[in-house]
Design a protein around this ligand. Structure first.
Ligand code: ATP
Length: 988
């Protein structure tokens, strides 16, 4: 990996030895050979990227491949198997020494176990690498972005591509991706806790420092790893990658390791339990054998040791952990295809358990395609025609009648104010830049040429919009458009100061909020004092528009009387106005309000209903007016229709503030719409819902949403409108900002979880079948004739290598196929799973035990056919030598177990439904079964595999016996499911 270098290296042409905070911005720009207005050229940026390397922190040196490979063996169950290898090796040596004629030429058991362990490690290594690649690909999709100036144009690049000398533009919610010197700052506040530990965001400015200061006090610098909480800024990058301050702090470089998911932990616990259980069983069985049969000869010792080995091998689900990782990683990829980018594997599980989804309104539940449709001044109610961002439309009164001239002018002044207090941009091709709410005002203003004033306004300062303030103001000077440009320009209420001398302020914001800062109103062409009746009238106008689902936005202005910012009443010289909004936002003149329509997303209604059916409640959290919010919530089916549902289900931020903790906890149970809330309320809502036992998914976009998004069980960030900070705190990112995507992800999460349970049931029943076979095989050895001709003791029913073959190979493919099983049941028809519920619950253990017993029974019957004792003996076994009988019996038992598992692959897909339900739905499963059959044929018919696996070729009628007996497992499990369903029904 390329190491980034700093700018102050001796071989570097960008040398400046001083601390950039002590130099003025121009000098820094010169030293960095960059242009503050145009930025670097693309070629120069590319050259510097090659010279200095990417803007990334060198993570801990990558673990070498061989270490990763060896790590595959670091598992208690593998240790158990290694011990088994050693024991079987010792057994072979003893046999070789004492009974050279009988001993195998090579220690096959030993070799095959080692081979299979190596194969498992190779597979595990490959699967891990694949999962890592998938996660890396997703990480690339969510890579942090930074806005830079290059070739004089604003553009967005991946933060890793930033180079020293780049000019970076910062806005609220951006992560600062490298260190730099500020050249412009407007109300810029940065959270530097990660670097300095200071929890309150610090205010930044461009003033050159007199003397060197500690990091936390370098007010004209920004640092990698911090985040913009407010305002905007422009920065010359002075250090990237490892040369940044963060780069100097070594412990931050260790990338956090991905924690195992709760499910992986549970599986690890189960495996460990099995390991211990098998040791106990093995010791128990060996002790019993020693007591009952006695250990008379070396051969008895060998046999007992081999028995311990095969028991150990039988009980351990070797392939499980690897299959689990792959299935989770595949799930993550599938979700990404549905636009839900899951950053942590564990979220796949949590998603399936979500019981409440808290969603923003704008953009997530609605389309965020804003159109101004209504214009309400104190006495007039006009409409403006046209849709979308095409600036074509006209003013009309209710029935398509043109409005009076005075009404039209008042509306034009209102839209002029809205277009001035505005950071949006409408391009000539009707594409937009910035907040759609803001652009909708520009569009409306352009429709009636009211935006002319915006071109004659010079902005001097601004107090930006944020979700707490719910308003935005600008202050500056106006010059008069010439009369031909805009006929009524000279009538505008601010026309008298349009000489560029006095400062004028324009504001727009939530009408109920903005009205509090107004003392006057523009009415009938004049400014007069705002009376109580006027206020009541305006409030009822807001309610009326809101009830009709309009998003409302009020406009106001004020002639400040000052010619300079520091002459403003209450302003101190050098003060950042953003810290003192009251200096501007007071004594304003109310112009009127617009009603903006933001249509709900059509697909959301269905998703809300689907979530409801799945026991998942949808909660809307918005900064919008309660009536607008409630109306849209009704349209989407989040709350019931009707006036009374407003009272029952809606809470505002103010009401919430006045509630005690206890009252609030009661209220969250039934509140589905939170309106006029600020981001900090979201955290309270998440906590209260969690206290009630809910698993909460919470969406967020703004930087202030990050704490709530982080605290939620599933934090969801908006991919399009979300800030970098929120994306970083989220567990999942919605590439399309759409609520329906969350519901789709919940559905996917549930399906994956179901599939995991399917293959767990499948794999564990196989192990149970093997353990029971070995266990009862030994117990009934005398009866079955399963004894070693060379000694008086018992012999192992199935060889360790045969069991390993099943666990590793013939079971693996069907289990994997089950991991991508299309859901047979509608996963959205039942309530969410509790996170505390066990994955392998009592019911599953009993399924496993019953199927395991059935498998053992048919396997032992199959073996009994070829053994001298027991119930029945096949004719073909009669003339065989005893040693051959045992090999044949084992081949039968081995094959029956494999086929019983293949039949079980269909049965294990559901704990209650018949295996024949949707039997052909999963083509992968059929392919996997075919593959397992081929593998089994190989082990039976390839001569050298015969030696290694202790098998012999089977005849047609033996195949019939095997398959017939194995099929009984399917029949038995069908009967068992019927009984279980009957019992369930009776209980219900
Ligand atoms: P959500 O939280 O669902 O995204 P929202 O977009 O309505 O809802 P906010 O963005 O917090 O919530 O806006 C709250 C209110 O502030 C809006 O109802 C509107 O009246 C006002 N508002 C929105 N955007 C601006 C803006 N750019 N300038 C001034 N006021 C605005």
């Amino acid at each position: 990996m390329k190491q980034s270098t700093g700018v102050n290296q001796s071989d570097n042409q960008l040398v400046f030895d001083q601390d950039p905070s002590l130099l003025d911005a121009q000098s820094v720009a010169q030293a960095m050979h960059t242009d503050i207005e145009r930025g670097l050229s693309t070629q120069e940026a590319q050259r510097r990227l090659e010279q200095f390397g990417t803007n990334t922190l060198a993570s801990a040196p990558e673990t070498p491949k061989w270490k990763k490979f060896l790590a595959q063996f670091n598992d208690p169950l593998v240790f158990l198997l290694l011990a088994a290898t050693v024991i079987s090796g010792i057994a072979w040596v003893i046999e070789k020494l004492h009974n050279p004629a009988e001993a195998e030429a090579l220690p096959f058991d030993c070799i095959v176990i080692v081979l299979i362990l190596v194969l498992n490690a190779v597979l595990g290594y490959m699967q891990e690498a694949k999962a890592e690649q998938a996660v890396a690909a997703l990480a690339k999709m969510t890579a942090a972005q930074t806005t830079v100036l290059r070739d004089g144009e604003r553009s967005t690049v991946e933060s890793s591509q930033i180079v020293p000398g780049d000019i970076v533009l910062l806005a609220e919610g951006d992560n600062v991706a490298a260190d730099g010197r500020l050249v412009h700052a407007a109300a810029l506040h940065i959270a530097e806790a990660s670097l300095t530990g200071e929890s309150v965001p610090v205010s930044k400015n461009v003033a050159t420092l007199e003397q060197a200061k500690a990091l936390g006090d370098r007010s004209n610098m920004v640092f990698n790893g911090t985040a913009v909480t407010q305002g905007t800024g422009k920065v010359i990058i002075t250090a990237t990658g490892m040369s940044t301050q963060v780069g100097h702090i070594a412990d931050m470089l260790q990338g956090a390791e991905e924690e195992p998911t709760p499910l992986q932990k549970e599986i690890a616990r189960v495996s460990k339990m099995l390991g211990i259980a098998v040791c106990v069983i093995a010791v128990g069985v060996l002790a019993t054998l020693a007591v009952v049969y006695g250990l008379h000869s070396i051969q008895d010792v060998i046999d007992s040791l081999l028995l311990a080995v095969s028991l150990a091998v039988a009980a351990v689900p070797e392939g499980l952990a690897a299959i689990l990782t792959v299935v989770l990683a595949l799930g993550v990829q599938r979700m990404a295809k549905h636009h839900a980018i899951v950053k942590k594997l564990s979220s796949v599980e949590t998603l399936g358990s979500a019981s409440v989804i808290c969603s923003d309104k704008t953009g997530t539940l609605t389309r965020n395609e804003m159109t101004v449709q209504r214009l309400l001044t104190l006495h007039d109610d006009l409409r403006i025609t046209g849709t979308g961002y095409e600036p074509k439309g006209e003013l009309v009164v209710q029935q398509h009648m043109p409005p009076s001239e005075q009404a039209a002018q008042a509306s034009a002044y209102m839209l002029a104010a809205g277009a001035i207090a505005n950071d949006g941009k409408l391009n000539d091709d009707a594409s937009i830049v910035g907040d759609p709410t803001e652009v909708s005002l520009i569009v409306a203003a352009r429709k009636i040429q009211a935006d002319i004033w915006a071109q004659h306004f010079t902005r001097i300062a601004e107090i930006p919009f944020n979700s707490e303030r719910k308003r935005m103001s600008v202050v500056g000077t106006l010059s008069m458009p010439d009369a031909s440009e805009y006929a009524s320009a000279h009538l505008a209420p601010w026309a008298q100061v349009a000489d560029g001398k006095q400062l004028v302020a324009f504001a727009k914001g939530a009408p109920d909020v903005l009205l509090q800062y107004c003392d006057y109103v523009f009415d009938q062409g004049k400014v007069r004092v705002l009376t109580r009746e006027d206020r009541e009238r305006i409030v009822s106008q807001v309610e009326q528009l809101s009830k009709e689902a309009y998003r409302t936005l009020g406009q106001a202005y004020r002639i400040t009387g000052a010619t300079q910012i520091d002459q403003l009443e209450g302003a101190e010289s050098g003060v950042d106005l953003a810290d003192q909004p009251h200096v501007i936002e007071q004594h304003m003149v109310w112009l009127g309000m617009v009603g903006i329509i933001d249509p709900p997303r059509t697909e959301v209604r269905d998703s809300v209903a689907q979530a409801h059916g799945a026991g998942v409640r949808t909660v809307m959290i918005t900064g919008d007016h309660p009536l607008t919010a409630a109306r849209i919530a009704q349209d989407l089916g989040i709350i019931e229709q009707g006036e009374q549902s407003l009272e029952r289900y809606t809470l505002t931020g103010n009401e919430l503030d006045q509630m005690s903790e206890r009252e609030f906890k009661q209220a969250v149970a039934h509140t589905s719409v939170y309106a006029r809330v600020a981001p900090e309320h979201k955290l309270r809502i998440v906590r209260a819902l969690q206290d009630q036992g809910n698993i909460v998914a919470m969406t967020g976009d703004g930087v202030n949403d990050a704490p709530a998004v982080k605290s939620a069980d599933i934090g969801v960030a908006m991919g399009i409108t979300g800030t970098e900070v929120t994306k970083e705190s989220a567990a999942m990112i919605l590439a399309d900002d759409n609520f329906s995507t969350i519901v789709a992800a919940v559905r996917e999460g549930r399906a994956i979880f179901d599939n995991i349970r399917k293959f767990l049931r499948y794999l564990l029943s196989s192990n149970a079948g093997e353990v029971f076979t070995v266990f009862f095989g030994v117990l009934l050895a005398g009866f079955l004739g399963l004894d070693d001709p060379a000694s008086a003791g018992v012999t192992v029913p199935l060889l360790a290598v045969q069991l390993l073959w099943i666990n590793f190979l013939t079971d693996a493919a069907p289990a994997m196929a089950m991991g991508v099983d299309p859901s047979t049941e509608n996963v959205m028809n039942r309530g969410p799973r509790k996170l505390t519920d066990r994955v392998i619950d009592g019911r599953m253990w009993s399924d496993v035990a019953v199927v395991g017993l059935l498998m053992a029974a048919v396997t032992l019957i199959g073996m009994d056919l070829y053994l001298p004792g027991g119930l029945i003996t096949d004719d073909s076994a009669v003339g065989m030598a005893h040693a051959d009988q045992i090999v044949m019996a084992r081949t039968m038992g081995f094959t029956i177990l494999v086929f019983a598992q293949l039949f079980n692959a269909f049965a294990a897909r559901s704990g209650t439904r018949s295996a024949f339900h949707g039997m052909f739905a999963n083509a992968w499963l059929w392919g996997a079964v075919a593959l397992s059959i081929v593998l089994q044929l190989a082990v039976i018919y390839v001569p050298f595999l015969n030696t290694a696996f202790g098998t012999m070729p089977l005849h047609a009628h033996q195949w019939l016996e095997c398959i017939g007996l194995a099929a009984l497992v399917l029949v038995g499990s069908e009967i068992y499911k019927c009984i279980v369903c009957l019992i369930d029904k009776q209980r219900a």
